[in-house]
Design a protein around this ligand. Structure first.
Ligand code: IMP
Length: 435
């Protein structure tokens, strides 16, 4: 199975980093295909916790080539800080490759993101304030800067000069500081000098690896419900976290993808604004947030917490064409007397089983729940499905039935070893549920 996509099935923060890390030993190349330093991947190895924002999680393995693909928006300052942090930990970063075509997040993108959120006031998206939207906006408007421009002074100057004309007008209208061309050119060139050894043609790294028969892992950031096309617009990010994004942002064709692993948590979380039908506002929700340490990796913001929702799960599995699912953080639900699972919505007095494409309809949805008896005992040390408490097993099976895709790993703790691994045959063209 030479090419595997890992994709979040919820609103991000599903624990994709742990999954990539778990599979990393078998792979030669790991690619980040979208998003930027709005993402935060936490990888726990032994008693070490490493937080990554741009480098793919596989960077901790010396045999892996870590690729930041063309679909990523790169804040060079963050990337340089991350490389420094990794080097200080003794990690060899020479195999970190950055697409020359990846777009650059400039300081004015960050200022525009923050200024726009202030302007939106109550209607704000709750972005991470990292300049993600304005950078993708410039890319679509063909006003963007690409990583390759950081090592080409005339082009850099020309592009910044052109871009700043309207950026400064907007910033001034927002009442925030404007930018001058030359300091930005100097900053861009300094970043370019530092990152020059990492710049590469990422598509050919991926294609050559596949031709050799090496295993390539394409790692999504955020999640399906934050997808620009498939999420609850406008409360979404500005890229395509869905599996299709791995093709455009990672330089791979749809028929080259062999496996699409969806990652989800045993409950739901969401950061930022937007509809969240199963959100909890009670002590049970607070307990899940505390035990699950549900605070944003990047912003430190508390995440909103809710029951598991199978309505968007069924949608996510469809648009990602998942061949397998990883279920994370099952241990966090231990000790809850009754666990609820949303099976459908009521919208305007009608039962709705499918994820509504209308954001307005979604914001009027109330959940219809099915109750599951919980389990008392901690499950951190369980390593096989058979050893899980019966009620936990029932819960996993119910989620699997809703997804109609086999759950191949169940995570019962943040450590690599705290994982229940199920019989896992090569997935392509397989039908039916796993053993
Ligand atoms: P942006 O990606 O910073 O523009 O933020 C847009 C929306 O996506 C906001 O609701 C953010 O909270 C959310 N978001 C962006 N990145 C992540 C992430 O890595 N995890 C969870 N939510 C995210």
């Amino acid at each position: 199975m030479p090419a595997t996509v890992i994709v979040g099935l919820q609103w991000g923060d599903e624990g994709k980093g742990k999954t990539t890390d778990f599979l990393a030993e078998q792979v030669a190349v790991v690619v980040r295909y979208q998003g930027g330093d709005n993402a935060g991947h936490t990888v726990v190895v032994g008693d070490e916790t490493v937080k990554l924002q741009l480098c793919p999680s596989g960077v901790l393995y010396p045999h892996i080539t870590s690729v930041i693909g063309n679909g990523v928006v790169v804040n060079p300052a963050t990337l340089i800080r991350e490389l420094d942090m990794l080097m200080a930990r003794g990690v060899d970063v020479s195999k970190v490759r950055v697409s020359r075509s990846a777009h650059v997040i400039m300081p004015y993108h960050v200022a525009l993101d923050k200024g726009n959120e202030t302007r939106l006031a109550d209607a704000k998206v709750g972005t991470t304030g990292r300049g993600i939207g304005p950078t993708y906006g410039d890319r679509a408007w063909r006003l963007g800067l690409r990583m390759e421009d950081l090592v080409d002074e005339p082009t850099l100057r020309e592009r910044i000069t052109r871009s700043l004309v309207d950026k400064n007008l907007l910033l001034a209208a927002m009442g925030v500081d404007t930018f001058e061309v030359e300091p930005l050119v100097a900053q861009g060139l300094a970043w370019g000098e530092r990152l020059r050894p990492h710049l590469d043609d990422s598509t050919w790294i991926v294609q050559d690896a596949l031709r050799r028969g090496d295993h390539v892992l394409l790692e999504g950031a955020q999640g399906t419900l934050l997808d620009l096309d498939h999420g609850s617009y406008p409360f979404v990010t500005s890229s395509n976290p869905v599996a299709g994004g791995a093709c455009t942002g990672g330089g791979i064709g749809p028929l080259q993808v062999d496996e699409v692993i969806g990652v989800m948590k045993a409950y739901s979380t969401r950061v930022g604004s937007g509809p969240f039908p199963t959100e909890l506002f009670d002590e049970v929700g607070k307990g899940i947030a505390e035990r699950g340490r549900e605070f944003g990796t990047v912003t430190g913001r508390p995440r909103r917490v809710g029951w598991f929702d199978t309505v968007p799960l069924r949608y996510a599995v469809a648009v990602n064409s998942n061949s397998a699912i990883v279920l994370n953080k099952l241990d966090i639900l231990s000790g809850i007397e009754t666990i609820k699972v949303c099976v459908a919505y009521e919208i305007d007095g009608k039962r709705v089983d499918v994820w509504p494409s209308s954001g307005a309809a979604l914001s009027r949805a109330t959940p219809i729940y099915e109750d599951f008896p919980g389990w008392e005992e901690p499950i951190h040390n369980v390593r096989s499905l058979a050893d899980l408490p019966e009620n936990a097993r029932r819960y996993v099976t119910a989620l699997e039935e809703h997804a109609a895709v086999p759950i191949v790993f169940v995570s019962v703790g943040s450590e690599r070893t705290q994982t229940i691994e199920r019989a896992w045959r090569p997935m392509r063209h397989r039908s039916g549920l796993g053993a």
